[in-house]
Ligand binder design. Sequence first.
Ligand SMILES: O=C1O[C@H]([C@@H](O)CO)C(O)=C1O
Length: 437
Amino acid sequence: MQRVAGLNGMIVVTVPDGFVEPFSYDEEHTVLLGDWWHKSVYEQATGLSSNPFVFVTEPQSLLINGRGMFNCSLAPSGTCNASRPDCALPTLFTAVPGKTYLLRIGSLTSLSSLYFEIEGHPMMVVEADGHYVRPFAVRGLFIYSGETYSVLVKADQDPRRNYWAASHVVGRNPSQTPSGKAVVSYAFNGNNPWMPPPTAPPAGPAWNNTAIRVEQSRAIFAHPRFVEPMPARADRTLLLLNTQNRIDGHIKWTINGVSLMFPATPYLVAMKRGMKDAYEQRPPPDMYDHMSHDISAPAPTNGTVGSPVYRLALGSVVDVVLQNSNMLNNKSETHPWHLHGHDFWVLGHGEGKFNPAADAWRLLNVRDPIMKNTVPLHPDGWTAVRFRADNPGVWLFHCHVEAHVFMGMGVVFEEGVERVGRLPSSIMGCGRSKGLH
Ligand SMILES: O=C1O[C@H]([C@@H](O)CO)C(O)=C1O
C-alpha cells in the first residue's frame, strides 16, 4: 500500500524451520521507500477529476523509512519545524564491519519509480516479490511502486566514516524532487553516527535513461533451485493497450478503450447476490486493434468509462501482454502493474509494439521466468506475463501509480466466484451491500 495516505508497513514472512535459503547473511534491515506531497490526497483527487485537469505533479520529498529531506526554508512560514528531530535527522542504518546485511527493500511510492543505492556498497539482488532470483550484482536498484526486493550488502568499507544511502526519482523529471537520503554508519569505536558523510550524496543515474532500467528488468530470473514450473501455453491471451484519453472533458487512462471506474457495490457482493445491474455486464475487449494502432500517437478515440469484468475460467492459464503508448502530451511513461491474488511469471519485456505473430514466442522465457506480483511496463514498450487463474474471487490488475488507477488504469478479473464461500456481514457497507447479512 502506498505511504502517501493510509496504512503502510512491511510484513516479513520467515521461512519454515529447517528450510535453507539460497544465500546467507548476518543481520537484516528493512528499507521502506516512499514519496511525499504537501497536498492531501483529497486535494490531489479533486485536481485529477477536475476540468481543467490538475495532475498531482511531482512529490516534495522522498522518504526512507518515513524520513524526508525537505528544505524547510522553501515551505510557507510556520508550516515546517526543521528543528524537530524527525525532520532534522535522516534514517540511520548501523553496520558492523565485516558483516553481511540483507536489506528488505519495499517501494511504497504513490507515483515515483526509484533508484536506491548506498555509496561505495554494491548490492547482490537475491529475492524479488517473495521469490528467490538468480543472484545478480548491481551498483543500485531500480524499484517500482508496489515491488519488494532483498539485496545483500557487505559492510566492507572504511568503518571510520559514514556513507549516504539515497533514493532518486527515475522515469519522470526529478527537478522538483530532491533525492531521499539516509546514512549508513559503521559501529566502530570513534566513528560518530551523526557526522554527515564526507562526500557529496550520489547523484543517481540519468532519470530518462530507460535502457538501463529495461536491462535490470531483463536480468531477473528465478533462482535455479526455485524455478516454479510454468504451464507451456496459455488458454487465453489478453493484449491490453493503455492510452490516455479525454473523455467528456476529463483526462482518463483507458485499457483497450475502457477507463475503469469502481462500482459503488463491491463486485464480489454483487456477483454472489446476483445484482447484475451493479456493474457492467458487457465484457471488456480481449484485444485492441494492434494491426493499425500507432503507439506513438496519442489515443485517436474517446474511450468509455465503465466497470466491466474479464471472466476467466477457473484454473485456466492466461497470458497478458501490456502495451504502452504515448500520452496526450506525446510522451510515454513507466507503469508498474500489480496483480492481486496471484503471482505471475514474467515472460519478457520488449520495445515498441508487441506483434503477436513475430515477437510472442521468440522472447518468451519458458526456462526460468521469475514470478512476481508487480512488474514495470517501460516507456514505449511492452511487458508479457502469464498466470494461472486458480484463486476463486474478483481481482484487480492495475497500474500501481495511485493517480493512474484513480484515472482508470486497471482491469478486473473474476474466476470461480461460485467457489467463494458465504461473505461475512462485516464486509457489507458500500453501495447496495449496505445492511446485507
Ligand atoms: O497521468 C498523467 O497525466 C500527466 C500528464 O500526462 C498530463 O498532464 C502525467 O504526467 C501523468 O502521469
